[in-house]
Design a protein around this ligand. Sequence first.
Ligand code: ARG
Length: 641
Amino acid sequence: TDVKEDLSEQLSKLHLQAPEFIEGSYPEYNVVDLCRNYIAGQLSKLTGVDKKIAYDSLAWSIVLEKGDLIVPLPRLRLKGDLVQMAKDLAAKFELGGFLDHVAPVGKFLQFFFSPKFLLNVVTPDVLKRGAKYGSAPLGKGKTVLVEFSSPNIAKPFHAGHLRSTIIGGFLSNLYERLGWKVIRMNYLGDWGKQFGVLAVGFNKYGSDEELAKNPIQHLFEVYVKINQDIASEKEEAEKTGIPLDEKTSTDGQARAFFKRMEQGDKEALKLWKKFRELSITKYIGTYGRLNIKYDVYSGESQVSQKTMDMVMEQLHEKKLIHEDKGALLVDFKKLGKKKLGKVLVQKTDGTSLYVTRDLGAAIERKNKYNFDKMIYVIASQQDLHVKQFFTTLKMMGYKWADDLIHVNFGMVLGMSTRKGTVVFLDDILENVQERMLEIMQKNKEKFAQVEDPKEVADQIGISAVMIQDMQAKRINNYEFGWDRMLSSEGDTGPYLQYAHSRLRSIERNCNIPPEDVLKADMSLDNICGTVEQIKKQNLDKEEEEKQLKNLALRIEKVTALIRIMASYPDTLRYASKNHEPSTIVTYLFKLTHQFSSTYKVLRVMGEPREILLARLALFSSVRQILNNGMRVLGITPVERM
Ligand code: ARG
């Protein structure tokens, strides 16, 4: 309420009357919400429709030409000639200082926010809130658990893990900005027969020294070697017809080793534990480069036997289990869910499986964290698996299974580095840094000014990888293209970085303390100039016309820019509904393109102080929003490049 009072006071200073605020709206954090409240009030006054219905009927407009908000009249449940009604409503609509105009288009009303109002409200708001601009306490008191990345120890970190890392990191940041308590969890593939394979392999090929130096790399090498042995033994057996010996064959030994692990054999577990811990230590560093810090390193190994036994018991109890030659499975076909096929939950030898561990893990997490929502960021290749275990949980009677969300995504094609196919996250990061450094060195003069070129190349390189990944709808596949993503032309990470460093340089050149910038006169007249000012100069006809045209252009550009800036908080909220990083990425390109075309007609340096201050305030706000948006995505904006 305090903040709402502040808002009313702030508005009255601008000679605006605060509209009545609807429950569950956030006008004090989101100017679009403020306008929603105003428009809903007017609509209700003019049509008699309930205010809440009017509020909910207001839709987002994707392009500026169609307004900032739209109401499709059918949504108001009014009867009669809606086309005529749209015209009448537009004519009668009071603009209240919030709106510039209202346009009737068929059965739609398009609302255009007043740039004068926005400039006075949004710019100081951005400058005052800084990094917090865009945040709102939507999820206050609620907890979301985001499980993402989740690579398998000893196996390659593939493109699927990369995408999960990027998207999951973004979603965690986003929910945090929206007031949720976020638990970031990495659910490692650290259990299963492959650890038996790895242990046998390590005893044969491993070196403690190498393991300490680069555990992920070394374990992978061992894993590859021992798998070659297994493959050739198998081939040999097929050729000779002599079956593999369970005791002496590598495969048999591996199976036996994993069985010992599952039974809790201390000696077997000791080695596995070492692999796991060293790998995690290494991972912490790599994720750090991506600004990701996990709250929990969990993993398949961490699901307790007790929970798993309970899961099996409950499955039996609810009659969800079928037996097939000693193995136990859930047959969805028999349960009226044909599309889900069937899934094995216990092998003949009694050892557990991927899906069983997922069931147990979900239950343990609910007990431990009591989340309101849990998000799994997993490739769409596992759509079926995820559906199977979500559905099973629901059938077991866990109502909170409805709070589980699968955020899926498509594949990456052709991801290889100069040294060959990518195996580790580190490879990708090293490679992109190297390439970026080469590009930066081409401009010797600029390069000399960059303080820590390696660090900057790292940040820009990472932003290239991230933007390429988050640019399109998640579900799309994309081709990994080094040259394309590193180019500073087109919609790329380096382009965003370039825009940010350019904005920084405007600020550096002006070198005015933030307190002074905040005091700028943000009237449209001050920022763009006025017709009177031009007329007063008694210019010749041709020159006057030219000046008037330029003035109109400035107003047009500034209007578009401030309208885009105003929609940032709403964009964050929208992204938290569709879980699409592309919502933010698209927004940031819209913002930076508009900035760059506005900057062309709106000079800062060399203007009289009053004008300079206002224009600087405008561009400083753009920079702040760009900075905030990049950080939500997980990107660190650079100062110079
Ligand atoms: N480790 C798995 C893999 O690499 C991904 C785990 C996804 N998370 C889950 N709860 N199943 O395929």
